[in-house]
Design a protein around this ligand. Structure first.
Ligand code: PLP
Length: 434
C-alpha cells in the first residue's frame, strides 16, 4: 500500500537539493565557525554566505538574522527576550507591563506568553479566523511591550493582514502621548522634562509575527510587513528539523521599515540598545542573542530551502490552490454536510480544515491511517492532547464540532492521482463510520 501524506503543516520531507547542499558540512567542512584557523574560517564563511542569502531574500541586513534551534526557540526569544529587555531598559518599570497575542497563536507563542511575568491580553478572532482589529487596538496601551500575531495559522490556515496591524502599532508608537511618561535617552529611562527635546518615539510595543506556516506561500519581507521580529522554521519548508530563525530589526537595517516613515526618529534605529535580551548565554554567537556553536549544516540547508521556496512560491501556490479547491469539492461530494472551518479568502492555499459533523476525528484519523492516509486533527504539537483544538474553539466551534474536524494540508509532493486514491479511502471511511 502506497502511503499518502497530507500533513505538510506538521512537517515536510527534506528537498533532495537541500540534502545535497548540506552534505559537505557534516564531515568535510567540519570546523567550528568560531575558530580562527582555516577550518573554522571555512565554516564561518559558509554560515555568513547562508545568512546573507537569507537576508537578501527577506530584503534585510544580514545582522538581523538570528539562527536558533527551532521556531519554538525563536518565539521564546522574541517574547521572553523582549520582556526582559523592556524591563531592563525601563529600570523602575512603570505599572505592570502587558503582552498582546491573538487567540489562535501556535503553542510556542501562547504557552510562552502565559508564562511571562506580564499581564497577558488575548485578542479574539472572528469565525473566519481573522483577528478582531478593533479589540486588538483597544488591548494595546502604553504598558504594552509586545504584540505577537501569527501570520498564517497552522490549523485553519487563516492569514492575517500583518501590514495593517503593523500600521496600527506604528501609529500608536509615534503618538507622543502614548510614550510621554517614558523618555528614553541612550537606552535609559529618564523622567526629567528637560530631556524632552531628545524624546523619540518609543520602541514598544514591538511587533512580532510567527511566519512559520506562511513562508512557503506568502511574501515574508519583514520591512514590507512592518514587523520588528519574525520567526521562521526550516522543516516546514522542506529543510532540516531543529533549526529556526528570528529576524530582529536593528539599527543597521535602516531602509525605510514602514514602521516609522522617518527611521531616524525611531528609537529602535537610534538606540544603541538591542530590542531583545538573550535567553542563552555563552560564546556570544548570533550577535550575542543566542550563544552556542553554529549548526553549520542546518544553516546551509535552511538557506537552500528558503531559496527554493522563494523561487517556486508563485508557481507552487497556484498549483496547490487549484489542487486544494478540487479536493475540497470532491470531499464535500462524499460528505455533503461537511463544512470548511474558517473562510476561503485569507487562507493558506494548501489548507483544508474540515468539520465532518458528527464523525469523531480520532476514529477518522485511525481509519485513514490504517488505510494509508496520514493527516491530523489539529497542530502536531497538540496531537497527543485529549483536549479539543483551541484554535477551533476560538473561531466559535463547539467542543463536539472541534472533535469532528480534520486538518488536511497538501504540499510539494502532492499530486492529483494521490488525492484520487485518498478520496477512495474517505469513501470507505464514510461507509465504515456512519
Ligand atoms: N509556529 C508555527 C505556526 C508552527 O506551525 C510551528 C510548528 O508546528 C512552530 C511555530 C514550531 O516550529 P518548530 O518545530 O521549528 O519548533
Amino acid at each position: 500500500m502506497k502511503r499518502i501524506y497530507l500533513d505538510y503543516a506538521a512537517t515536510t520531507p527534506m528537498d533532495k537539493k537541500v540534502v545535497e547542499a548540506m552534505k559537505p558540512y557534516f564531515s568535510d567542512v567540519f570546523g567550528n565557525a568560531g575558530s580562527l584557523h582555516s577550518f573554522g574560517q571555512e565554516a564561518s564563511a559558509a554560515v555568513f554566505k547562508a545568512r546573507r542569502k537569507i537576508a537578501d531574500i527577506l530584503g534585510v541586513h544580514y545582522s538581523t538574522i538570528i539562527f536558533t534551534g527551532s521556531a519554538t526557540e525563536a518565539n521564546n526569544l522574541a517574547l521572553q527576550g523582549c520582556l526582559l529587555q523592556a524591563i531592563g531598559t525601563r529600570q523602575k518599570a512603570i505599572a505592570k507591563t502587558n503582552v498582546v497575542v491573538s487567540a489562535i497563536e501556535h503553542e510556542s507563542v501562547m504557552d510562552t506568553a502565559k508564562n511571562l511575568d506580564a499581564e497577558l491580553r488575548v485578542v479574539p478572532v472572528f469565525k473566519n479566523g481573522q483577528v478582531d482589529l478593533k479589540k486588538l487596538e483597544k488591548a494595546i496601551d502604553k504598558n504594552t511591550v509586545l504584540v505577537s500575531i501569527i501570520y498564517a495559522n497552522n490549523e485553519i490556515g487563516a492569514v492575517q493582514d500583518i501590514r495593517k496591524i503593523a500600521d496600527m502599532i506604528a501609529r500608536f508608537r509615534s503618538n507622543r502621548s502614548n510614550g510621554i511618561n517614558e523618555i528614553i535617552v541612550d537606552g535609559k529611562t529618564n523622567t526629567s522634562s528637560t530631556t524632552r527635546t531628545t524624546f523619540t518615539t518609543r520602541p514598544w510595543p514591538l511587533f512580532h509575527t510567527d511566519a512559520v506556516q506562511a513562508f512557503q506561500y506568502l511574501d515574508c519581507k519583514p520591512e514590507e510587513l512592518g514587523v520588528d521580529l519574525m520567526t521562521l522554521s526550516a522543516h516546514k519548508i522542506y529543510g532540516p528539523k531543529g533549526i529556526g530563525l528570528l529576524y530582529v530589526r536593528n539599527k543597521r537595517n535602516n531602509r525605510s521599515s514602514g514602521i516609522n516613515e522617518n527611521a531616524s526618529t525611531d528609537t529602535a534605529f537610534t538606540s544603541p540598545t538591542p530590542l531583545l535580551h538573550p535567553l542563552i548565554y555563552g560564546g556570544g554567537q548570533e550577535n550575542g542573542l543566542r550563544s552556542g556553536t553554529e549548526n553549520v549544516a542546518s544553516i546551509i540547508g535552511f538557506a537552500r530551502a528558503i531559496e527554493i521556496a522563494d523561487k517556486e512560491r508563485e508557481k507552487e501556490t497556484k498549483r496547490i490552490c487549484d489542487l486544494r479547491d478540487w479536493f475540497l469539492k470532491e470531499l464535500v461530494k462524499i460528505f455533503p454536510s461537511a463544512s470548511l472551518n474558517g473562510q476561503k479568502r485569507w487562507r493558506l492555499p494548501n489548507n483544508i480544515s474540515l468539520n465532518l459533523k458528527g464523525i469523531s476525528n480520532e476514529e477518522a484519523m485511525t481509519f485513514l491511517d490504517l488505510n494509508g492516509v496520514a493527516l491530523s486533527a489539529g497542530s502536531a504539537c497538540s496531537a497527543r492532547s485529549l483536549e479539543p483544538s483551541k484554535t477551533l474553539l476560538a473561531i466559535g466551534l463547539s467542543e463536539k464540532e472541534a472533535r469532528s474536524s480534520l486538518r488536511i494540508t497538501l504540499g510539494r509532493q502532492t499530486k492529483k492521482e494521490e488525492l484520487k486514491q485518498a478520496l477512495k479511502v474517505f469513501k470507505a471511511m464514510k461507509k465504515a463510520l456512519i
